[in-house]
Every structure is written in C-alpha cells, then in structure tokens.
Design a protein around this ligand. Structure first.
Ligand SMILES: Cc1cc2nc3c(=O)[nH]c(=O)nc-3n(C[C@H](O)[C@H](O)[C@H](O)COP(=O)(O)OP(=O)(O)OC[C@H]3O[C@@H](n4cnc5c(N)ncnc54)[C@H](O)[C@@H]3O)c2cc1C
Length: 412
C-alpha cells in the first residue's frame, strides 16, 4: 500500500513519520512552493508530546521550545484567580511544550527528509481533485506557481491533511459552508521580553467581552541576556469576519484600546504589545463536526477533519493523535478501506467532543465564571467568588474530554 498525504502541516508531517515507522510508503504533497515557518506560538500538551516521544522527537523539540511549568489565570485587573502545574510538573510522563509553530514544523520536516528521503515532500503541488474506484484512488494536482496541471498520482490511500480550508474535505462534503465565525477575533505576535512570572508560565487573563490575553514564552534567551521570545494573543468579541490565513497582518489600533489599562506589577501588557514588530490576525472559527470523514480510499486528518477553536491548545495535538491512530489502523489491517473506517470510528467521536467542548467549556471558562460572578469588577478575595474546587473541576473537565491523563490518574 502507498499513501498520498495532501498538506505538509503538523498533521501531514506527523502522519508521514508514523507511516514510515509502520513501514508504509508515503509521499507528502504541499501546495506552498516553499516551506516557510508560518504562524506563531502553539502549545503541545502531554498527550501529543507522548506521540512525539514515540517518534524519537522529544529531544529535538525540547531544543526549540520552552517546557511549560504552570497555567495561570488572572482577571483584567491583574488579580490572580487560579494557578496549576502542567506537563511533567503535574505528574505527566511527557512535557507540555510551548513552541513556535514554524520551529515545530521545521523539526518535523527535518525528520521526514532524514528518515524518508528528500523526495518524500513535494512542494508546489496543489491538490485540486480526487477520483476513486474499488481498486484505489487518484489525486490530481496543479502547480501552485503556474496553475498548470501536473501528472496524476494514484495511491492506495489519500489523506487530506490540508487544514482549515481543506480542498479534500470540500470534495467529500461539497454542500458544507465556509468555517463558522465564533464572534471572537484574535491578534497575535511574538516579542523579545524578560521572563514573566516563572519564565515558563502560560498566562490567560481577562475575558472575551472586554478583552482577553493569552501569553507564554516559546524560546529561551534569544538575545544572550536572558530575554525570551514571548508569544501573546489578544482576543476580543467583535463583529469582524475575515478569512483565516497563517500570515494575515493585523493592525494594533483595532484592539489595543481594550488593553490600555493593563499595567500590572507582573507585566505591562500594552507596553509588551507595542514592542511587537509584526502583528497577525486570525478569526476564531471552527466547523460543526462531520458525520463521516472516510469514503473508500480517501479520508481526512487534523484541521481538515475537525477544525476547532484554539482555546484548549488542542488543534495540533488532536492532529498528532489522528496521525498515530491512522498509521496504526493501516498497519493492522490489510484492507485500506476497512482501516480508514476503524480510524474514523476511533477518532471522529472523540474529536467531535473536543470541538464541542472548545465552544462550551474550554480551560478559559474559569475566566468567564469570574467575569460573570464579579460583574467584571475587581474582587477582594477570590475564594468569595469561586472555590478552589470549582476551579479545579472546570480545568479537569476539559482535560478529561481532550484525553489528558497524568500518571497518578492512570495508575489509580
Ligand atoms: C491562533 C491559533 C492558535 C493555535 N494554538 C494552538 C495550540 O496552542 N495548540 C494546538 O495544539 N493547536 C493550536 N492551534 C491549532 C493548530 O495550529 C492547528 O490545529 C494545526 O496547525 C492543524 O494542523 P494541520 O496539519 O491539520 O493543518 P495546517 O497546519 O493548517 O496545515 C495544512 C497544510 O496543507 C497545505 N494545503 C492546503 N491546501 C492544500 C492543497 N489543496 N493541496 C496541497 N496542500 C494544501 C497548507 O499549505 C498547509 O501546509 C492554533 C491555531 C490558531 C489559528
């Protein structure tokens, strides 16, 4: 059997590595003519780090990331609401990585080229159509630079790993509309800054109605003087619908007003935002879970299968878990059509629940509760607003749905 992977994002590259480990031949076709490190920071939680450890990539990822120590929640007045350890610090066997998406993609690319050879990735080939019969499938491509048709590529299995605006998903589900806007827009940037709090803290502060921030470091000592590359995300409810693109430039004047008063003793937020060179803008979008992903020899993986709001650090993580599950199913079953069915049966209901949880009760629901209970005012004592038990229950509820289980829970 050989597999054509459409898209060399985090999902497609991880799939190539798991297939190689399962001794299944594959090739990755990527629309971009050149692989460039796009995006900003993402967090890889222990369930996905475990998969990377199985691929022998934990050390290379550690070199380009920060091992996150704690998750910390504040209101918009800079008052501490809740703090909990994460990753290894919380008893998981594997760390939580905070990393630049481009750095992670480069680690995966290097591993694919080293293990599968330089021909494993074919840049500049944009998938435009797929045909199939009982014997297999054929992917059709055009050149991203000239628009000319390229030779068709037959395969035993074709996997659409082509992200949020997936062409493969559109071929399978032509009547589905465009991604659904949540009503929240995000502006993001990275800036060199002195370590904040523990120097490995993932900070969430404020709430979407009046402005929410997510802040975490993604690279240590970027200037030889101990400053870190700090990733920040400003989120605001606004009636603004734009197409998501990893590289869309944003404008500081569209959101800085919401954060102007955020001068805390632990961080001057507007000062950090203003010192950022390039600001990118992303609408927070997702899609309703699909009823099915696989037809015959074709299936979907990652954002192409289950785009979700980036509120629980899980989009890439679930793509990585999909990749492991799909390679395992293809290894265990001779009939590829049956293998795609069992992959879907394992992963679709699970990821659909994460999509729904990211809408309803992601980890930042902690901030929503405090915002609503205080009427968006400072508190005197947080325990008069919400108990430690309620806070922990909100956090644990999300982890359960996303599939995060520390060693202590597994051995209990
Ligand atoms: C602001 C933001 C913050 C996020 N934070 C996190 C986080 O902290 N943790 C986390 O786990 N996830 C996070 N995510 C989500 C995560 O980035 C995505 O879920 C993940 O990148 C999906 O990977 P993918 O491989 O499925 O798709 P992508 O990374 O989008 O890759 C798709 C690839 O397919 C290529 N392609 C597209 N069309 C075609 C075609 N027709 N033919 C060939 N190639 C094609 C594209 O060029 C691209 O290289 C975040 C997302 C956003 C927007």
């Amino acid at each position: 059997m050989d597999v054509v992977i459409v898209g060399a994002g985090i999902g497609g590259l991880t799939l190539a590595l798991f297939l190689h480990r399962a001794q299944i031949a594959c090739q990755v076709y990527e629309a971009a003519p050149r692989m460039r490190p796009l995006g900003v920071g993402i967090n890889i939680l222990p369930h996905a780090s475990e998969a990377f450890a199985e691929l022998g990539l934990e050390t290379s990822i550690t070199h380009v990331s920060v091992l996150t120590r704690e998750a910390v929640f504040f209101n918009r007045f800079g008052q501490l609401i809740y703090r909990e350890p994460v990753g290894r610090y919380a008893g998981y066997d594997h760390p939580q990585f905070s990393v630049h998406r481009g750095d992670l993609q480069q680690v995966l690319l290097d591993a694919v080229v080293e293990r599968l050879g330089p021909d494993a990735i074919v840049p500049g080939w944009k998938c435009v159509a797929i045909e199939q019969d009982h014997a297999g499938a054929v992917a059709h491509f055009e050149s991203s630079t000239t628009g000319q048709s390229l030779p068709p590529r037959p395969a035993g299995v074709i996997v659409g790993c082509d992200g949020l605006h997936s062409a493969v998903r559109r071929m399978l589900h032509p009547l589905e509309g465009p991604p659904l806007y949540s009503g929240v827009n995000m502006w993001r940037g990275v800036t060199a800054w002195q370590p904040i709090l523990s120097g490995a803290s993932m900070i969430r502060a404020g709430w979407l109605k009046t402005g929410k921030m997510v802040i975490y470091p993604i690279r240590d000592n970027v200037d030889g003087q101990g400053r870190q590359l700090v990733n920040w995300v400003a989120e605001l409810e606004v009636p603004r619908e734009i197409q998501r693109d990893w590289n869309r430039q944003g404008n500081i004047d569209d959101f800085i007003g919401a954060f102007d008063g955020w001068h805390f003793d632990w961080l001057d937020v507007p000062c950090m935002i203003r010192s950022t060179e390039t600001i990118l803008e992303f609408p927070m979008v997702d899609q309703d879970p699909l009823p099915w992903w696989s037809r015959g020899h074709v299936t979907l993986l990652g954002d192409a299968a289950h785009p979700m709001y980036p509120r629980g650090s899980n989009g890439a993580g679930q793509a990585i878990l999909d990749a492991r599950a799909l390679a395992t199913a293809l290894r265990l079953q001779d009939d590829p059509v049956e293998a795609l069915k069992s992959y879907e049966a394992e992963r679709l209901p699970f990821t659909a629940e994460v999509v729904r949880m990211n809408r309803r009760n992601p980890p930042d629901a902690i901030l929503r509760e405090v915002f609503e209970r205080t009427g968006d005012r400072p508190f005197v004592r947080v325990e008069d607003v919400i108990s430690e038990r309620e806070l922990a229950a909100l956090s644990e509820g999300y982890k359960r749905v996303a599939g995060l289980r520390p060693r202590v829970a597994r051995t209990a």
